[in-house]
Design a protein around this ligand. Structure first.
Ligand SMILES: Cc1ncc(COP(=O)(O)O)c(C=O)c1O
Length: 386
């Protein structure tokens, strides 16, 4: 066969999608791929039905429909205190996935280094490779997932141009404290770097933890490229609506990259989602309460079964320690779990650069009955011990 690109030759199939296939094959309850099995808010889907009739059906402005950007700027100011210019400081993208890619392409040159906390969301390494950049991994050490500022500083000393910051974090559920963000900011400012944030779980944080936007720290507005999306906040992962917020000089570049990557997000979906961006505080309080409930239900069940895990501070994942089960490979454990217990999980090693294979990840963005059924099955997990 004629040669394909060497840059993408090392890409593997997503482990998460592989676990989804295995779960389906064995009729397992799939707690691997992180998306809700409950409906989005009706106000949003009603607006979508209207938009299906009335439009818009043609391309919106490439960097996002005006009413969407205006509603987003207001929401962002409400939750973070940041003033955001809807015309010059926002690009609406196809999910945070495109936002991160456009941000990284806007910042890096081939050969540049990008610091990434490990464990990480699987796209970040691929994003750097697509940019021709090199990832440098900074360990978040389990079980507390704390980092050593000296290791982070070392990455910048060696030339890292940017840091990718997933906060709240998938997969470890860490919510960075203001003090931790200040430590990061101090290093980034000293080495004149960038921070590309992924804040898709900004509204899924468990008390007493609180989400702090990196861009709001002194000196960080102009060096933070904030990426987020509507996927998790409004339970619309399939709509592919995300955005980048940054200062005008950065956004000017992101607009051009985005134009060539995708032209724009889907016009009727933007139109419908404006209803969500205009929701009052009660919606976000309800969302927090709903996720807190699911977290308590699921982690409470895990505790009763006797499993060891790190309590998530945010997002909707939990990493369970399977060290005591006596498996050399977490992938083998997950395949066996799907086959014999009937629950799908993701091997933790797919999120770590370090040699970590004693953790598996479940997600709990599921209806009560789904979580209860999964816990009932997990009660049998003891039979997997070797
Ligand atoms: C940390 C993180 N970032 C980004 C995404 C994807 O976001 P989007 O649907 O906005 O592309 C996910 C989805 O699971 C995620 O966990």
């Amino acid at each position: 066969m004629r040669e394909l690109s060497s840059r993408t030759a090392a890409f593997t199939d997503s482990v998460i999608r592989r676990m989804t296939r295995i779960s389906n094959q064995h009729g397992a309850i799939n707690l691997s791929q992180g998306f809700p099995d409950f409906d989005p808010p009706k106000e949003i889907t009603d607006r979508l039905a209207e938009a299906a009739g009335k439009g818009p059906h043609q391309y919106a402005i490439t960097w996002g429909a005006q009413n969407f950007r205006e509603a987003l700027a207001k929401k962002q100011e409400h939750f973070s205190g940041m003033k955001v210019d809807p015309d010059q400081e926002i690009v609406v993208t196809c999910g945070s996935t495109e936002a991160m890619m456009a941000a990284m392409m806007s910042v890096t040159n081939p050969g540049d280094q990008v610091a990434i906390f490990s464990p990480f969301y699987e796209n970040y390494g691929a994003d750097t490779i697509l940019c021709g950049a090199q990832p440098i991994y900074i360990p978040l050490n389990p079980p507390a997932f704390s980092f050593d500022p000296n290791v982070l500083e070392d990455a910048f000393r060696k030339g890292a141009k940017a840091l990718v910051l997933c906060n709240p974090s998938n997969p470890c559920g860490k919510v960075f404290t203001r003090e931790e963000l200040e430590v990061i900011a101090e290093i980034v400012i000293r080495y004149d770097g960038w921070v590309i944030t992924d804040e898709v779980y900004e509204h899924i944080v468990y008390a007493p933890h609180r989400h702090v936007y990196m861009a709001t720290l002194p000196g960080m507005r102009e060096r933070t490229i904030l990426c987020s999306s509507l996927s998790k906040t409004y339970s619309i992962t399939g709509w592919r609506l995300g955005y980048v917020i940054a200062v005008p000089e950065v956004i000017d570049r992101v607009k051009k990259v985005h134009d060539f990557l995708t032209v724009g997000a889907a016009a009727p979906l933007m139109e419908a989602a404006v209803a969500g961006l205009k929701f009052g505080d009660d919606y976000y309080e309800g969302l927090q309460a709903h996720y807190s409930h699911m977290k308590e239900l699921f982690t409470g069940g895990l505790r009763e079964i006797g499993l060891t895990f790190t309590e998530p501070q945010g997002a909707y994942y939990v990493l369970v320690d399977i060290g005591e089960f006596g498996y050399a490979s977490d992938l083998e454990f997950c395949e066996e779990l799907a086959r014999t217990v009937g629950v799908g999980a993701v091997p933790g090693s797919s999120f770590f650069k370090e040699d970590v294979n004693h953790l598996i990840r479940f997600h709990f963005a599921k209806k009560d009955e789904t979580l209860k059924a999964a816990l009932e099955r997990l009660a049998q997990i003891g039979k997997m011990k070797r």
